[in-house]
Design a protein around this ligand. Structure first.
Ligand code: DAH
Length: 338
């Protein structure tokens, strides 16, 4: 008889229920009127007097253990039901999905490319690691030009460097295509500069190039005016100041009227009413010849702008470093830009 009690105790201790139904079956099997424990209790009277005490204790213990086990299992099952019910609460409002945003530099690059694509400019790209020919020599840089110095340029080998401007791509395009050529080249450029609010050793440029018969400075001016108005608004004016670049002749620096004070004069434009946005000029005949284009037949213009600079003016950002720090408080402000 005691064996039977021990056997049942083992069964109770090792029992596990997958669900409420299984647990209820178990309860009926053990504790119901016709259950195993109830049946054992009715054997009590057949036990000899000397064994009655021990048997009584054992069977009480078995009954209590069974009851406690059932309560514990029920609690466990209730908890899992509750938590799985929570997942199924169909009345709960949906969790908000956090939308990502394009980086402001990508936003502005896309906008620049889009503006030029509307007047027939194709996009072309070139390598970030560039040889001396494409970055300097073909662009008419004299051998002693300071940009060829280690202090300004990151060299990898003697004649190989990280490109210092995307003008290198115009050389590659002219070498490989015949005019008419109309292209814009976006990309990353590298300069050995100290990082500050206005300069960084890595930044982005878009280069523009137009080569055909009879391309004139007036075409350049008109193209830049169209760009400035599309980018900064219909009221924007441009101003060209004579300048020098080895690869263009004549060359100019392009200013746009300050979009903060509308040209009246403020801190941002240092009370001049204008802000510098890019360099430009007529492609030097030497450059055309270096790239296999007959300079007695074709002329062309080129321009180059920093994307960070355009983005700073457009969104009134006063420190270039914001674009590289990936601070979400900054980046999230561009969620609605395209
Ligand atoms: N490559 C020049 C720079 O990085 C920008 C530039 C100026 C590009 C004049 C041009 C140009 O195509 O005509 O500063």
């Amino acid at each position: 008889m005691l064996n039977k009690v021990a056997e049942l105790l083992k069964e109770v201790e090792s029992f596990a229920a997958k669900n409420i139904e299984e647990l209820e079956q178990f309860r009926i099997k053990m504790l119901a009127k016709k259950g195993a424990i109830t049946a054992l209790m009715s054997e009590f009277r057949n036990v000899s007097n000397e064994d009655k005490k021990a048997f009584g204790q054992q069977i009480n213990n078995l009954k209590q253990t069974t009851q406690q086990k059932i309560i514990a299992l029920k609690e466990q099952l209730d908890q899992t039901i509750n938590s799985s019910n929570k997942k199924m609460d169909l009345t709960r409002s949906a969790e908000q999905v956090q939308l990502g945003a394009r980086h402001p530099i990508s936003v502005v690059r896309n906008e620049i490319l889009d503006i030029f694509s509307r007047i027939g400019f194709m996009v072309s790209e070139g390598p970030e690691i560039e040889d001396d020919w494409h970055n300097f020599s073909a662009l008419n840089f004299p051998p002693e030009h300071p940009a060829r110095d280690m202090q300004d340029t990151f060299f990898i080998e003697k004649e190989v460097a990280l490109r210092t401007h995307t003008s290198s791509v115009q050389v590659r395009v002219m070498e490989n295509q015949t005019p008419p050529i109309r292209t814009v080249s976006p990309g990353r450029v590298f300069r050995n500069e100290a990082i500050s609010a206005r300069a960084h050793c890595i930044f982005h440029q878009v280069e523009g190039l137009y080569i055909d018969k009879d391309v004139s400075f007036a075409d350049l001016k008109q193209t830049l005016m169209y760009f400035a108005k599309e980018m900064f608004g219909e009221k924007t004016e441009i101003r060209l100041r004579p300048s020098y670049f080895p690869f263009t002749e004549p060359s100019a620096e392009v200013d746009v009227s300050c979009n903060i004070c509308s040209g009246k004069g403020c801190n941002v434009c240092k009370h001049t009413g204008f802000l510098e946005i890019m360099g430009c000029g007529m492609v030097d005949p030497n450059v055309l010849e270096n790239c296999g284009i007959d300079s007695s037949v074709y002329t062309g213009f080129a321009f180059g702008m920093g994307i960070e600079r355009i983005a700073m003016l457009k969104y009134q950002v006063n420190d270039l470093r914001h674009f590289f720090e990936n601070d979400l408080r900054f980046l999230k402000q561009f969620t609605s830009a395209y």
